[in-house]
Design a protein around this ligand. Structure first.
Ligand code: AGV
Ligand code: CA
Length: 383
């Protein structure tokens, strides 16, 4: 009896799954622009975005010179696209630099000064072509302007997946204004830390910021001052999804798939972190961000959260809940505060948010169930 019931449940589950596929196959693919910075997880994210062409149309890629040297980051991206048959996705290198560069130690690993992203770039699986074959996809226009060009050319607003600093996005918003901003349906950004600790350790900084935000705090400020719809995937969520040896082993049984082999190899470069720095291993930061776009049900989102960003001083790059500003400052006496004793607004808000942007509403991914995320990535990359 029990077996029959389980079979029935399995049948219904399989039916729902296939209906899900049919529904998505009939819908238009989601149009996405990918703005990344060449980190290990940025490349796994690229694989994930490419793995479902029926669901995702990648319009173009812009790359910042942040977590990896730009030439390498661009070449590796071009090689992955070419190898997997995506010969019509343009790739542009940004010329922008942030106020707080990533440590050279990351861009150039201490091991014989080989950058992390070089360990991806050398993989034989993505080196079957002649170098000149990559050229047609390389865009001459600087990435920050190409991003605007791409947006302005869209008939309808599109989704932006941003897994590095916000410099390119900020450039578009400040230089191209509403014409470009109105073409952004939503930005999903891996960045920020709200209730979680930051991951920046740098002289003169108080450690409250996440690195993508800290790299270019002014850019974060520009995005916060805009009204473009923003979904944050902050450290609060990504802390749940470390890259572990167990996860990488699970690609083994599906190693007849190039996507899986590549993702497994790329993530294998950072599995030692869970032993070497258990307090802060390598996380699937960016890959979770893309997963929240492709499979929204995975990610617990709070739609309206009032936050602000700090653009200068010891906390620069900090993203914070507006509620915390009141508590931190402790200066919201009724005569200074907002009407109705809400403790915020008017003179009070101007006083407590010094060094920060005015508060604005964002959506926040607070939580994800790690196993559901891992299972989704494995399933998606089994192609
Ligand atoms: O803060 C997370 C962001 C993600 O976009 N990056 C790495 C991911 O691609 C910066 C980062 C934080 N800590 C790092 C980082 C580390 N220890 N090594 C390299 N990059
Ligand atoms: Ca990144």
């Amino acid at each position: 009896m029990a077996t029959v019931r389980y079979r029935a449940i399995a049948f219904v589950a399989a039916l729902m799954f296939s209906m899900d596929w049919i529904a998505r196959a009939e819908a238009e693919p989601l149009k996405i622009i990918f703005d990344h910075d060449g980190g290990i997880d940025d490349f796994v994210t690229l694989l994930l975005l490419l793995s479902r062409p029926a669901d995702v149309k990648l319009l173009g890629i812009t790359i910042l010179d942040a977590d990896c040297k730009i030439d390498l980051a661009v070449n590796t991206t071009l090689k992955i696209l070419y190898t997997l048959g995506f010969r019509d996705v343009p790739v542009a290198a940004s010329s922008l630099q942030g106020a707080n560069p990533f440590p050279e130690l990351w861009r150039w690993s201490p091991l014989r000064r080989v950058p992390y992203c070089r360990t991806v770039d050398v993989q034989p699986l993505i080196n079957g072509m002649r170098p000149e074959e990559l050229e047609p996809q390389r865009v001459k226009t600087p990435g920050e302007d190409f991003l605007a060009e791409l947006l302005l050319a869209q008939p309808e607003p599109v989704t932006l997946v941003s897994t590095g600093p916000l410099s390119n996005v900020a450039h578009v918003l400040t230089r191209y204004g509403e014409a470009a901003a109105s073409k952004i349906k939503k930005i999903y950004w891996m960045g920020g830390a709200l209730r979680a600790h930051g991951n920046v350790v740098a002289p003169g900084h108080d450690g409250t910021a996440e690195w993508n935000a800290y790299w270019d705090p002014e850019a974060v400020g520009a995005v916060w001052r805009s009204r473009v719809p923003l979904v944050l995937v902050p450290l609060d969520a990504t802390n749940a999804v470390p890259v572990t040896p167990d996860l990488v082993y699970r690609f083994g049984p599906q190693s007849d798939s190039r996507y899986s082999v590549l993702a497994g190899i790329i993530w294998s470069k950072v599995i030692s972190w869970v032993y070497e720095r258990p307090h802060e291993p390598y996380y699937a930061w960016d890959t979770l961000t893309a997963a929240c776009v492709l499979r929204p049900g995975l990610c617990e989102v709070e739609e309206t959260v009032e936050t602000y960003a700090v653009t200068e001083g010891r906390s620069q790059g900090r993203t914070a809940l507006a509620d915390d500003a009141d508590e931190d400052a402790g200066t919201c006496r009724p005569e200074e505060g907002a009407e109705g004793g809400s403790g915020r607004g008017g003179a009070c808000s101007a006083a407590v948010l010094r060094g920060g942007t005015p508060p604005r509403n964002v959506s926040v991914v607070w939580r994800v169930e790690a196993e559901a995320f891992y299972a989704f990535v494995l399933e998606a990359l089994r192609v």
